[in-house]
Design a protein around this ligand. Structure first.
Ligand code: SAH
Length: 350
């Protein structure tokens, strides 16, 4: 069953039948400008509200909601109409509020250290299922304004380009966020990067690199065998040239695996070639990968090696790791299927 955010304006007009045509505009504004549920659109006659409510039930049924970091981080698990489960994370910072949205239920990329990758692929999300995650975040963020969207939740967004792109357009045109406020993160699907390069909105591009040599990257990020590093770097150079947007490289710091001097030097070389920014992510623990994260002191050394070679580096804060909401920890299939009940369970951290 399609959700409200899978409807085009024409679909809505069809649903509203004989109602005057300005009602379609009203419902659209209700969904995107005011971000209301149909039952809350009190400027509509009750009969229309009831009709919409029945025809367009939420596509996302909350299964669990958990908060941490002094309520500055919230993670939701949502069950979809077919029982698939996805997770969404909202993070407040002093200067911005960012939602991390899922683009697929599960993921087919099978990166060894990523919990989503360990759980396998279930299906692509529809544009509406992506958009409804944004709507939930807009509502939950109030009175603050949701300012940023990162496609860094479950799934590989560029493997679902056909549903991702319409969602990005709607976030831009209808929710009213700028292209600069959105970042698509990819494991390095080159045809997807090419399509993004040709697309009209210059969103940010983050590439999950994690290894700077073919041998190691083949191991950590298996899709590297299909899209090897030199071709990936070429796609990044072109992305920057065409869109004017700086590319960033994501690098989960894994103790004794990708944190040696050689990797740092090779990474600096790649980053220089693309003029990319490097984002170091302390490894978050996942059940299927019994390897430790790099100790903090070594992360700092790794950072210095990059900086000495002229690369700009940030170290990502690990939000929500205590509620399995941090990078690479989203793995709703296992946990939420077990907790799924007829009534939504709302968990709150003390
Ligand atoms: N498939 C896309 C979107 C997922 S984004 C991509 O790979 O970019 C999630 C980010 O968290 C990616 O950079 C991913 O590589 C990283 N990540 C995955 N597992 C992690 C872990 N256990 N610790 C830290 N970062 C992890």
């Amino acid at each position: 069953m399609p959700g409200a955010y899978d409807q085009s304006q024409e679909d809505l007009a069809g649903l509203l039948g004989d109602a005057p045509s300005f009602r379609t505009r009203q419902v659209w504004d209700g969904l995107y400008r005011r971000v209301l549920r149909p039952s809350e659109m009190t400027d509509l006659p009750l009969a229309l509200r009831d009709l919409l409510d029945a025809a367009l039930p939420p596509a996302l049924e909350p299964v669990a909601e958990r908060s941490s970091d002094d309520d500055q981080t919230t993670k939701w698990s949502f069950r979809l109409h077919d029982g698939a489960v996805v997770e969404t994370v909202l993070m407040h910072y002093p200067d911005r509020s960012t939602v991390c949205v899922s683009s697929q239920a599960g993921c087919a990329m099978a990166c060894s250290f990523c919990a989503t990758g360990q759980s396998g692929f279930r299906r692509h999300l529809t544009s509406g299922e992506i958009l409804e995650q944004v709507a939930v975040a807009v509502r939950a963020a109030r009175p603050r304004r949701l300012s940023n969207i990162v496609f860094m939740g479950m799934g590989e967004p560029l493997a679902n380009f056909d549903n991702l792109w319409p969602a990005i357009e709607r976030i831009h045109d209808d929710f009213g966020l700028g292209a600069r406020s959105m970042t698509v993160s990819t494991v390095g699907i080159i045809p997807g990067i090419r399509r993004l390069t040709a697309a009209p909105l210059p969103v940010g591009l983050a590439v999950s690199l994690h290894a700077a040599t073919e041998e190691l990257r083949n191991e950590l990020v298996p899709i590297n065998k299909r899209y090897p590093i030199p071709a990936l770097m070429e796609a990044c150079v072109d992305y920057r040239a065409e869109t004017g947007r700086r590319v960033s490289f994501e690098w989960a710091m894994i103790d004794g695996i990708n944190d040696d001097d050689r990797q740092a030097e090779e990474l600096a070389r790649l980053a220089t070639g693309v003029r990319a920014h490097v984002n170091l992510i302390p490894l978050n623990p996942t059940p299927g990968y019994p390897v430790r994260g790099t100790p903090r002191a070594r992360i700092e050394e790794f950072r210095s090696i990059l900086e000495q070679r002229g690369t700009t580096v940030t170290i990502r804060s690990t939000r929500g790791s205590d509620i399995d909401a941090a990078c690479g920890q989203l793995a709703a299939t296992a946990t939420a299927t077990a907790t799924a009940t007829a009534t939504p369970v709302v968990l709150r951290e003390p």
